[in-house]
Ligand binder design. Structure first.
Ligand SMILES: C[S@@+](CC[C@H](N)C(=O)[O-])C[C@H]1O[C@@H](n2cnc3c(N)ncnc32)[C@H](O)[C@@H]1O
Length: 424
């Protein structure tokens, strides 16, 4: 695919996504990106891992009596603003009021940058009432879009795979520009697509030798199933990253720019619930787990729990990734079966349930015990439909907890978040 076709496909793809309402914030349902998994798993995880570095930044800024400057790279409809202004406090409270770590009043300036004019129009229409926001159309392939003399940013942010649109050369230039433009310190957040997601084992490549890193992608999940394989769905190359690989890449650039890396985190987000688990476009073997988890969170909807069973086929070339997925598979399925057994016990109270096997990892033992207690108590609680509205959402949160605790930042997930604190 030549550069012009790539650009045309990317622009058409996002123009259509905006047209079908995918970027209308908080509008859930068909065609929208804002499903339960995005709201309750993905956005929450991004916030959870961003909170510690942002807390350190705010403490510094408040002490200096200065506001925070943010540049959102590939901002879409300005999702970065929504994520960053609703960060949880590190220890949750039960207060009536939710207090975000970073308040709107802490933000001096938020600049959103995107190549898609439709996205930028949508962002302006959503955020016009926030005085400190500005949105511009710019192509990150040409580097960081800053004017000479433009003040440095505290956070160079990206979310939901935006930087995976860039080739290695473009990303290298962008990071080099950030190193040049930043002040004494900056937080860089690269949000990328994970190379080792089970959504696309066909892209994992050989373990030795040079692998092809940019491969075809589509956002076919925004379309009804019967349209997903048609010409109407744009396809374009995307750079898939492993955790170690992006770490080496970033350190090479920062070193060459005399910038030091302070604290950093590599985080796998959406290991078993990426959007392409449902389309099965790149892996017909995968179970459609995202729709099953969406159903667990849905009010007044009962889910067939067998839909949640995860079956992993080992990859002949990647024993390390195989071990990771097999451990998660065993823990995940144990929790799902634990829930089924608890429900079965409730149906047949004369059947005595054995204690969960002691060799289970503690997180699995805890999850199974929580589910048993909940199933026992559910009939006494005043829920209209305790299975749909109490037990199933709790099961979803326990499975989410497993993903968050098992993740190792390998890139074995739909999204790979790389959060780096740069210092001069
Ligand atoms: C998957 S969307 C993510 C949007 C948003 N950050 C979010 O969290 O939903 C990727 C965004 O990157 C933008 N993008 C793709 N290539 C770009 C480029 N070369 N320069 C600037 N933006 C680009 C797209 O237009 C799109 O809005």
């Amino acid at each position: 695919m030549n550069q012009q076709t790539v650009l045309k496909n990317v622009l058409n793809n996002y123009a259509k996504a905006v047209a079908v309402g995918a970027y209308d914030s908080k509008l859930a349902g068909r065609g929208s990106k804002c499903d339960n998994v995005r709201q309750y798993w993905e956005d929450r995880y991004t916030r959870y891992v961003l909170s510690p570095p942002i807390r350190r930044l705010i403490e510094r800024k408040r002490a200096e009596n200065r506001g925070v400057r943010i540049m959102d790279l590939g901002c879409g409809a300005g999702e970065g603003w929504n994520i960053l202004t609703t960060l949880p406090q590190t220890s949750p409270t039960l207060d009536a009021q939710f207090n975000s770590l970073l308040n709107e009043s802490d933000i001096e300036f938020y600049q959103g940058v995107d190549i898609s004019p439709e996205m930028i129009d949508k962002a302006i229409s959503i955020h016009a009432h926030h005085d400190q926001t500005q949105f511009i159309v710019a192509d990150l392939d040409r580097g960081l879009p800053v004017d000479s003399g433009e003040a440095p940013y505290d956070v160079y942010f990206s979310s939901y795979g935006a930087l995976s649109h860039l080739s290695d050369d473009s990303l290298s230039k962008l990071v080099g520009d950030i190193c040049q433009h930043m002040g004494d310190r900056a937080i860089f957040v690269a949000d990328l697509l994970g190379r080792y997601s089970y959504e696309w084992p066909c892209y994992w490549g050989e373990i030795s030798g040079k692998s092809i890193t940019q491969q075809t992608y589509s956002m076919s999940y925004l379309y009804p199933p019967e349209m997903r394989n048609t010409e109407d769905v744009e396809r374009f190359p995307i750079r898939y990253w492993g955790g170690e690989e992006i770490d080496r890449f970033l350190r090479m650039i920062t070193e060459s720019m005399n910038v030091k890396v302070g604290e950093f985190q590599l985080c796998d987000r959406s290991i078993l619930v990426g959007r392409h688990t449902d389309t099965r476009e790149f892996n017909p073997q995968i179970s459609p787990l995202r729709s099953a988890i969406n159903s667990l969170h849905a009010i007044d909807t009962r889910t067939d729990l067998t839909r949640l069973i995860f079956e992993y086929q080992p990859h002949p070339q990647h024993p390390h990734i195989n071990r990771f997925f097999q451990n998660l598979e065993s823990a995940w399925n144990s929790v799902v079966y634990g829930c089924m057994e608890s429900l079965d016990m409730w149906r047949n109270p004369e059947k005595l349930l054995a204690e969960p096997p002691i060799e289970y990892p503690p997180i699995v033992l805890d999850s199974v015990r929580i589910l048993r207690q909940l199933v026992n108590q559910a009939p006494n609680l005043h829920f209209d439909d305790p299975r749909a509205n109490l037990i199933e959402p709790q099961l979803a949160y326990l499975l989410r907890n497993l993903e968050w605790n098992f993740q190792q930042g390998l890139g074995a997930s739909h999204g790979l978040l790389a959060i780096y604190e740069f210092r001069r």
